[in-house]
Ligand binder design. Structure first.
Ligand SMILES: Cc1cc2nc3c(=O)[nH]c(=O)nc-3n(C[C@H](O)[C@H](O)[C@H](O)COP(=O)(O)OP(=O)(O)OC[C@H]3O[C@@H](n4cnc5c(N)ncnc54)[C@H](O)[C@@H]3O)c2cc1C
Length: 507
């Protein structure tokens, strides 16, 4: 049957854009989820897809899905493969549909309303985030979406996983930026921009498919709100010696109606990491220590990582600040005024203005930290990020609970980013090392289990922007409660043969 299916695909797309070769099957066996890399390092066998294909238009995708449905072949949409939750893992083999050949901006139009600069762009879902943004920039626009993975994630992946960028407080998450999508359902039915879904007569594909991680269909195009590029920007650092004071300041800023483009608070340990590389003032401190230690630096690093309680205990005894990065973009006079108001709010919470240096440093290095993670894994450590969110009343409890639980297994750093009037997300980074790769993998699983349990107990949500994928699937019944039944019913109706990305999102 597989041969017949393969022949059918080749008929649709030609044989160059369909492959069963081993190298590609291995290349497409995982995304950037740390767990699957640790499993490979521990010698476990990966789940391989059987076939990979690269369609070039929506009609091809429609025919491929119709055919896969006929043969009951699992289908996994694949954007950049930068997901960190195992969303693209081919758990039951099947067909990977890589969308990166559908990578064009088709149209930029607007303004639509007199006096209100409402512009929009229509783009294919396989376009890389960085290509989309730089092409818009050349025309004087921005999407305003800057995830740390902008260099390796696609528009379709953003939409499927409800991505959030670094300027989310000003521009919103991707679901706030999208006006309409075109999608293909598992039956092969193409639903264009303003078309309704037959089985849910009042539902638009945007409302139904965004955030469903390829479990209900494939997003092929999107119409997005875009903005003229901001004429001015201001970034600065503000330090607080108490996290609760800093969180009160962030809440008050967001509830006052101010809309900073960036407002993210690094806890003291994360602040230390962020400061590595500062070139001025007393912030050269960590660099100097590194130089003094010379070749012993590596041994000390591994010693501390293997005994995480020790450095965390020592660090907790040193008085150290939490750094808030505060940024505004827009009209120069207006943002100066807004920044002043925000600083006033911070000052009421005993803050110290560190000036523009930390803000400029953050801006320059804002994508760097994430891309250092693979280096740490190659050095024999494990490293991962755990993003959760909660309303303001629960946020601090959630932070302390997760920290206190995890710090016996690994180093735990955190920053609070993506703030809203109602609450905020917390982004924990965990770094650890054990005596073997197998033990690393076990410890990593324990860390995730404990973090998710703690998050749910504290009344938080287990995902703000990395999606659910495979990683968080088993907590979906507790996360969604009765809501999961609706999701399951919808899945049954739209995908009765269960071909779309099986085993993900608790389905
Ligand atoms: C270094 C690094 C930094 C990161 N920083 C951020 C960040 O700042 N903010 C953030 O939100 N995320 C971040 N991520 C996570 C990741 O980049 C996002 O989840 C991103 O949205 C995934 O896009 P992708 O194209 O790589 O999707 P993939 O990994 O290819 O797929 C993700 C999921 O979406 C599905 N999918 C993909 N394309 C489609 C489509 N066209 N139609 C239907 N389903 C589809 C897949 O089946 C899968 O379930 C980061 C990841 C890394 C590795």
């Amino acid at each position: 049957m597989k041969t017949e299916f393969l022949k059918a695909l080749q008929k649709i797309m030609g044989s160059e854009r369909v492959t069963v070769d081993q190298t590609n099957r291995h290349l497409y066996c995982r995304d950037m989820m740390t767990g699957s890399l640790l499993e490979l390092k521990a010698g476990h066998q990966p789940h391989l897809p059987d076939i990979i294909c690269w369609p070039e238009n929506v009609r091809e995708i429609s025919q491929v899905l119709k055919t896969a449905n006929r043969f009951r072949i699992p289908v996994i949409p694949f954007g950049g493969g930068s997901g960190v939750s195992g969303g693209t893992l081919p758990l039951h083999g099947g067909l990977i549909i890589d969308l990166k050949r559908m990578n064009r901006i088709e149209k930029i139009d607007g303004p639509f309303l007199k006096g209100i600069p409402h512009y929009r762009a229509t783009a294919q879902s396989g376009i890389l985030g960085e290509h989309l943004e730089s092409q818009l920039n050349r025309k004087g626009f921005t999407l305003g979406h800057f995830p740390s993975s902008i260099l390796c994630a696609t528009l379709g992946g953003y939409l499927a996983a409800r991505s959030a960028g670094q300027l989310s407080s000003r521009y919103g998450k991707i679901e706030d930026m999208v006006e309409a999508i075109e999608a293909v359902l598992p039956s092969g039915q193409i639903i264009s921009f303003d078309g309704r879904i037959r089985d849910y007569k009042s539902a638009l594909p945007r409302d139904l498919l965004v955030g469903t991680e390829g479990t209900l269909g494939i997003i092929t195009r999107a119409r997005l709100k875009i903005y003229p590029k901001a004429p001015a920007a201001r970034y600065r650092g503000i330090s607080f010696n108490q996290i609760p004071h800093a969180l009160t300041a962030i809440r008050e800023i967001m509830q006052s109606g101010l809309r900073p483009s960036v407002i993210r608070l690094y806890d003291p340990l994360d602040t230390l990491l962020l400061q590595f590389g500062y070139e001025t003032g007393n912030r050269t401190f960590p660099k100097k220590i590194g130089k003094l230690l010379g070749p012993l630096k590596n041994n000390l690093f591994h010693l501390l990582i293997r005994n995480p309680l020790l450095p965390q205990k020592i660090f907790s005894l040193i008085p150290s600040d939490a750094l808030l990065i505060l940024g505004f973009e827009g009209d120069a006079n207006l943002i100066e005024e807004q920044e002043k108001k925000a600083i006033e709010i911070c000052n009421h919470q005993l803050a110290k203005d560190e000036g523009e240096g930390p803000g400029r440093h953050w801006l320059k290095h804002r994508y760097s930290v994430s891309f250092k993670m693979p280096d740490l894994i190659e050095k024999g450590c494990f490293v991962d990020t755990i993003e959760v969110a909660a309303t303001w009343d629960k946020l601090l409890t959630l932070y302390h609970k997760v920290r206190a639980t995890l710090e016996k297994y690994c180093l735990v750093l955190a920053h609070f980013s993506h703030a809203y009037p109602e609450g905020c997300s917390i982004y924990f980074t965990v770094v650890g090392q054990t005596a073997s790769r197998e033990k690393d993998y076990e410890t990593y699983q324990t860390i995730w289990n404990r973090a998710m349990e703690n998050c749910l107990e504290a009344g938080g949500t287990i995902s703000h922007h990395h999606g659910i994928g495979l990683l968080k699937s088993k907590w979906m019944p507790r996360e969604l409660g009765e809501g999961l039944k609706f999701f399951q019913a919808m899945k049954k109706k739209l995908d009765p043969n269960g071909i779309m990305n099986p085993g993900k999102m608790g389905l």
